[in-house]
Ligand binder design. Structure first.
Ligand SMILES: NC(=O)c1ccc[n+]([C@@H]2O[C@H](COP(=O)([O-])OP(=O)(O)OC[C@H]3O[C@@H](n4cnc5c(N)ncnc54)[C@H](OP(=O)(O)O)[C@@H]3O)[C@@H](O)[C@H]2O)c1
Length: 242
């Protein structure tokens, strides 16, 4: 399998696991993130191109579009935040920042890449990141749930608007062991009790999620679009204890 895939958050937990899987399968990669050192190291290892920048800077998306040379076969937007607290403790700026990084950044990334994605001969695939918190309500998730709920709406709207040339799907993980969740999982007793809340009795790891991202990018998923798919150990849909 070949093709060129653009990954925002390419050096992050899920982004880097996806990049490694895709590199093994022969894809060409362009990675984007804020941390030049980690991006350069991974890009060197995987023979990938990279662009350094912050998704809250609108100019980044144009720079990335310019750096992409020719057609693009896929885009992964694996950038996110995890600010969990009571509604009373969120400011307007906090909530707008969550919206900007999780949802608006995804929209601007697809907008800037759309001309290159439309040039893909085989048809391109976009993978966005939602959350289990849009499929089930959790306390302290107001800002994140709102921002990721917007990703679900964006996924459906873009899947309709960009069909039939570009497929658009979203992955909705539950708690996954990555740098993003490290603060929540630093206490092993807390991590174990969070794992037990999942019918499959464990937390996710980046590879669990990367495998679905790679599938959605591949031609094996070429009749799938407009889907929001849980990778969540059963957390969003099952109750195994009463
Ligand atoms: N891990 C979970 O439990 C979980 C659960 C549900 C949903 N998700 C979603 O899954 C996706 C991937 O998350 P992850 O767990 O892999 O997170 P992660 O390990 O923190 O990786 C996120 C990546 O995004 C980059 N990034 C963050 N803010 C950015 C910004 N403003 N501009 C540019 N790049 C930025 C980070 O770059 P730097 O290295 O520069 O910081 C990092 O490479 C996210 O959308 C997240 O919301 C994760």
């Amino acid at each position: 399998m070949t093709g060129k895939i653009l990954i925002y958050g390419g050096a992050g937990g899920i982004g880097s696991a996806t990049a490694r899987l895709l590199a093994e399968r022969g894809y060409g990669l362009h990675l984007v993130g804020r941390n030049e050192e980690s991006l350069a190291a991974l890009a060197g290892e995987l023979d990938a191109a990279f662009t350094v920048g912050d998704v809250t800077d609108d100019a980044l998306f144009g720079r990335v579009a310019q750096a992409i040379d020719g057609p693009l076969d896929g885009l992964v937007y694996a950038v996110g935040t995890i600010n969990l607290r009571s509604l009373a403790r969120f400011t307007t700026e906090d909530m707008l920042a969550d919206f900007r990084v999780n949802a608006l950044g995804a929209a601007l990334a697809v907008q800037a890449a759309a001309p290159a994605l439309k040039k893909s001969e085989a048809g391109a695939s976009v993978v966005l990141f939602s959350s289990v918190a849009t499929l089930q309500g959790f306390t302290f998730h107001a800002s994140l749930g709102m921002a990721k709920g917007a990703v679900n709406g964006l996924t459906l709207s873009l899947a309709a608007e960009l069909a039939p040339k570009i497929r658009v799907n979203a992955i909705a993980p539950s708690l996954t062991r990555t740098p993003l969740a490290a603060g929540l999982l630093s206490n092993e007793r807390v991590a174990a009790s969070l794992a037990e809340l999942h019918p499959l009795q464990r937390l996710g790891n980046a590879e669990d999620v990367a495998k679905l991202a790679a599938f959605l990018l591949s031609s094996d998923a070429d009749w799938m679009t407009g889907q929001i798919i849980g990778v969540d150990g059963g957390r969003s849909t099952l109750r195994t204890k009463n």
